[in-house]
Ligand binder design. Structure first.
Ligand code: DGL
Length: 278
């Protein structure tokens, strides 16, 4: 049974979930965290729903083996493909997932025109369809998958000409349609907010859902009496299925903290080799 000293488990296909982890660290600095970036498989966006679901199940098992008291699916794509399945498969576990923030966007827009940036798998999933049905009825939504943007961010190219070109291709036509709000439906994208804001101008609101998601994590921990308030800064343990050195190098820039990253290997699409057995 997890205890209050157990960590919060957080995962993403790569470094994107660090935008959520950043908020968790701000709001709950005492909590220990295990972060898993599946960089051996990034990007998830163009993959099949079934494969993303398998990866998500394997990572969930890994995080539970490490005693996670709650699991944050800090990836819109994995949430779209797997959140419902994970909740059904691990009914005793609390999950917090991501969904494109169409609700706050619809509440705040004045032009009733909103841009949504997310991966192909996120737009295809039933979760996005349900968000649009519930909250998007009175607004016009303009969607774009920003091909290549996740890889640019993984490579640390937050403001290179190529990254700018990808964003301009997505955003300029939306601006032409008079959007006044942009929803970031992928956890990698908050890292390019300065560039997005440069392209769309200060008058267009850009919504990063991370603070709202960490508030939800906190609410769930409080409800289960699992909050860690030791008064000591919590530790973050990082794991990647890709290149540990590359992730270590991106931590100060993306998270604002240093960290040691351990490598784990996938045995097959559903199973990760435990780090202790390496
Ligand atoms: N960070 C991701 C998301 O929120 C995944 C991007 C990808 O791997 O394609 O959707």
């Amino acid at each position: 049974m997890p205890t209050t000293i157990s960590p919060i488990g957080v995962f993403d296909s790569g470094v994107g979930g660090l935008s959520v982890l950043r908020s968790i660290r701000e709001q709950m600095p005492d909590e220990d965290v295990i972060y898993f970036g599946d960089q051996g498989h990034v990007p998830y966006g163009p993959r099949s729903i079934e494969q993303i679901r398998n990866f998500s199940e394997g990572i969930t098992k890994f995080l539970l083996k490490h005693d996670s008291k709650i699991i944050v699916v800090a990836c819109n794509t994995a949430s779209a493909a797997a959140l419902k399945y994970l909740r059904a498969t691990f009914p005793e576990v609390s999950f917090v997932g991501m969904e494109p923030a169409v609700k706050p966007a619809a509440e705040k827009t004045r032009t009733d025109k909103v841009g949504v940036l997310a991966t192909p798998a996120t737009f295809q999933g039933a979760l996005y369809a349900s968000v649009v049905e519930r909250f998007g009825a009175d607004v016009e939504l303009f969607q774009h998958t920003c091909p290549g943007l996740v890889s640019q961010i993984e490579a640390g190219e937050l403001d290179s000409p190529k990254t700018r070109a990808i964003l301009e291709e997505a955003l300029l036509p939306m601006l032409g349609k008079n959007i006044d709000t942009v929803v970031l439906g992928c956890t990698h994208y908050p890292f390019v907010i300065p560039l997005i804001q440069e392209i769309v101008g200060e008058k267009v609101r850009v919504i990063d859902p991370a603070p709202a998601v960490s508030r939800q994590v906190r609410r769930l921990l409080e409800a289960k009496d699992l909050v860690n308030e030791s008064g000591k800064t919590g530790r973050v343990e990082f794991f990647t299925s890709g290149d540990a050195v590359a992730m270590e190098m991106s931590l100060p820039k993306l998270l604002g903290e240093d960290g040691k990253v351990k490598v784990v290997n996938w045995v097959n699409d559903l199973e990760i080799k435990n780090v202790n057995s390496q």
